[in-house]
Structure formats: C-alpha cells, structure tokens
Design a protein around this ligand. Structure first.
Ligand code: HEC
Length: 90
C-alpha cells in the first residue's frame, strides 16, 4: 500500500513539474512573437495571477496566438513564477 501511495505521489509531483515546465515553454514561445520576454520578466513576481490573466487577455487582443486554455495556463504560470524564472528570463 505504502508503495502505491509513494508511486502515486511521485507521479503527481512529476506531472506538476512537467505541467509547469510546459507552461513556461509555452510562455517563452508565444510571448516573444512581438516583444522580447524581458518585458514580462520586469513584472514577474510583482503581479497577482488575476492581473496576469488580464495582461494575457490583453495580449490576445493585441494578436497573441493562444487558445483560451493556453492563455489561462500561461497566466497561471506567470502568477506563480518568480523574478528571473527560466526559460523566460535570461
Ligand atoms: C501580437 C503581439 C504580442 C504578443 C504575441 C504578446 N504581446 Fe505583450 N505586448 C504587445 C503590445 C503591442 C504591448 C504594448 C501595449 C500593451 O501593453 O497592451 C505589449 C506589452 C506587454 C507588457 C508590458 C505592459 C504591461 O502590462 O506591463 C507585458 C508584461 C506583456 N506584453 C506580456 C506579454 C505576455 C505574457 C505575452 C504572452 C501571453 C505577450 N505579451 C505576447 C504585443 C504582444
């Protein structure tokens, strides 16, 4: 039983890490089409997830190519990301 619980917890953690890495990659790819990501990095760690949702929605209106789900994923990620987070920031 304990092995099952450990395995499950491990898989859950691994999938969270992959999801976070995927969101970071998505942001790095889609958010650098018009301006470089330094523009985002200046603000990382200063905005709540809610404000990032608004920012990302505004970028979609500006022409960013993100589905509704991708926009939410990216905004959630930016809300959690710390200043200087890779691969977004150099
Ligand atoms: C289609 C072009 C385009 C894409 C793609 C794009 N942006 Fe922007 N971005 C802009 C323009 C134009 C501005 C300046 C006007 C404004 O702020 O809306 C801007 C400004 C910004 C700013 C500075 C203004 C502020 O709110 O602090 C941030 C941060 C930002 N973008 C984040 C992002 C993020 C995150 C993504 C990816 C989800 C992204 N951008 C993708 C066009 C784009």
């Amino acid at each position: 039983m304990i092995i099952v619980v450990c395995l499950y917890t491990g898989l859950l953690l691994a999938s969270l890490v992959f999801a976070e890495a995927g969101a970071a990659k998505l942001a790095a790819e889609r958010c650098s089409a018009c301006h470089n990501t330094a523009r985002i990095c200046e603000k990382l760690g200063q905005r709540s997830a809610e404000v990032w949702q608004q920012t990302v929605q505004r970028m979609v209106s500006n022409g960013a190519k993100l589905s509704e789900g991708e926009a939410r994923t990216v905004a959630d990620h930016l809300g959690r990301a710390k200043a200087g987070a890779k691969p977004l920031c150099q």
